[in-house]
Design a binder for this molecule. Structure first.
Ligand SMILES: O=C(O)c1ccccc1NCC(=O)[C@H](O)[C@H](O)COP(=O)(O)O
Length: 211
């Protein structure tokens, strides 16, 4: 096994093509208006058209209306939605694609809250992130030892928050996750990816294998 890689906050077609070529499994497109990585529906649809046959395009939303999420799924070619705000468990279904529920982890109580999403609606994966101000993309990590508290939950976990090419192997060794996710740790500026950093990040993850 090796961990999957999601590169989040792609805003430019050249970065999308570069990330796929580097071996990314998924790209994240951000629909949160206050994010510096926000993309319009038109840009998102163009980015999604770069998707290779086995790649995933994840739409990132924060406390968004279900109707708008459904419209973006339909019109932008999204294959999953990532709910990265304060969405309750009952908001995690009805989009026609798998849901990644993101939770900001400050301590064990947040992991216990994450458990309340297991087996609910269309939640297929949990994404554990640091508690950055502004919901996400802030380069803030969390205590990776907390991931073990979900080992018996039977749900795939993505580890995120403050990852970069220099620390991602330590994160993967510590958590053996379904996948890892990165935004700011592979950028030259918000929304503009650093090709060398993306390639180094993917290589670092994919060279670590376990049974
Ligand atoms: O990236 C953003 O600007 C963002 C804003 C609001 C909600 C979520 C956001 N990003 C979602 C992600 O999945 C990020 O990759 C995750 O938060 C980790 O970010 P980073 O610590 O910068 O790697």
């Amino acid at each position: 096994m090796s961990a999957r890689v999601k590169i989040c906050g792609i805003t430019r077609e050249e970065d999308a093509r570069m990330a796929w070529a580097a071996g990314a499994d998924a790209l994240g497109l951000n629909f949160y208006l206050r994010s510096p990585r926000y993309v319009t529906p038109e840009t998102a649809a163009a980015l999604a058209r770069t998707r290779p046959a086995l790649g995933s395009v994840v739409g990132v939303f924060v406390n968004e209306s279900p109707d708008l999420i459904r419209a973006r799924v339909r019109d932008c070619g999204l294959t999953s939605v990532q709910l990265h705000g304060d969405e309750p468990p009952e908001a995690c279904e009805g989009y026609g694609v798998p849901v990644i529920k993101a939770l900001r982890i400050r301590g064990p109580e947040d992991v216990e809250r994450a458990r309340t999403y297991v087996g609910v609606g269309d939640v297929a994966t949990l994404l554990l992130d640091g508690a950055a101000p502004g919901y996400g993309g802030g380069g803030v990590g969390f205590d990776w030892s907390l991931v073990a508290r979900l080992a018996d939950a039977g749900v795939p976990v993505l580890v995120a928050g403050g990852l970069n090419p220099g620390n991602v192997q330590e994160a993967v060794r510590a958590t053996r996750p379904y996948g890892v996710d990165v935004a700011s740790g592979v950028e030259v500026s918000p929304g503009v990816k650093d090709a060398d950093a993306v390639r180094a990040f993917v290589r670092a993850v994919k060279t670590l294998r376990w049974e």
